[in-house]
Design a protein. Structure first.
Length: 92
């Protein structure tokens, strides 16, 4: 179904809605669908700092499935998911 067809369908049931409002709602629905179905994936890398546990991640990251750590030997090691509270506190 094309955008124009979707807009006409919505406006049949909601004749008081303007084109801009209908487009915005359709776009929001498509974005929500993409997030819920996990159809968009990606890989992110960044440098880490010794003894730093918390990092600010880009808003583009919605969910983290796995984390790998590369200690410089080019062999990525999977970091297990933390269950519970950390045993050690941060030094800072």
């Amino acid at each position: 179904m094309k955008l124009k067809e979707m807009m006409e369908f919505v406006q049949q049931h909601h004749p008081d809605m303007g084109e801009t409002e209908v487009k915005n709602l359709i776009n929001r629905g498509m974005e929500d669908f993409s997030i819920k179905t996990k159809m968009i994936t990606g890989t992110f890398t960044f440098d880490t700092i010794i003894d730093k546990r918390y990092y600010t991640l880009p808003d583009l990251i919605l969910e983290i499935d796995e984390v790998y750590y590369d200690s410089g030997d080019s062999k990525g090691r999977r970091i297990p998911r933390l269950v519970g509270k950390p045993q050690e506190m941060d030094r800072e």
